[in-house]
Design a protein around this ligand. Sequence first.
Ligand code: GLU
Length: 280
Amino acid sequence: MKLRKVSAAAAAALVLSITATACGGDGDSDSGSGSGGGDKIKIGIKYDQPGLGLKEPDGTFSGFDVDVATYVAKELGYDADQIDFVETKSADRENALARGDVKLIAATYSITDERKQKVDFAGPYLLAHQDLLVKTDSDITEATDLNGKNLCSVVGSTSAQNVHDDFAPKANLKENSTYSECISSLQNGTVDALTTDDSILAGYAAQAQYKGKFKLAGLKLSNENYGIGVKKGDTETVNKVNAALEKMVSSKAWDKAVADNFGPANYKNEPAPKIGVIVK
Ligand code: GLU
């Protein structure tokens, strides 16, 4: 009898603790409170793009997008240790925001009219350009050289879209889910070139294991205006993120993030964009 009572009490305690976990406070059931100051905020980044969004072997994160996200989160009321960085690959970004998996996305995410049907954007906070990465001894120098060649890019990216629609419709385009897969293909010769933003390509080219092996063509094939993705209709968050980005630029924290992250790759970035102004 006594035993039964104890187990009933234990069961009740267990129910209580499950309820407490489910309701919260650890932020797992929510991507972050819109008013800021919540326990955690989930932010989507890339995990495999050195200089932009990189998960380091020790589990920490580095890159320009990471620094921008960290600055913005702080302005929204979240300290660095309250950020959960979640991997959002190119093709997953719109869905991750729509489902509420993440509150913000800072993942080399270009603002486009097509994407604006599904998500809202704050920014832009960086202007990059599509380019080609080839082996140092490659004779590919122009986009027209790509026709009939094996080219690698990523599914769900503007880079792959532009190849089809615009500058190399006759290239044999292989679409991976990440750019790091393309880098391996370029290294082993399965593809002749990798195309995406110059900011991303410069980061790979500067990695110790690839030093001297690859070169950028320097073509500026498009304008890529990086925005912070926000769930469609969340104007309040867009406005707050825009204010944070303005402050990041005016306080020169933006310049520091550029120097810290693009300096090592010797990436010559464009000046800070004006918030709300898209370069077509
Ligand atoms: N900025 C381009 C895009 O948003 C290419 C880089 C990427 O796939 O993240 O699609």
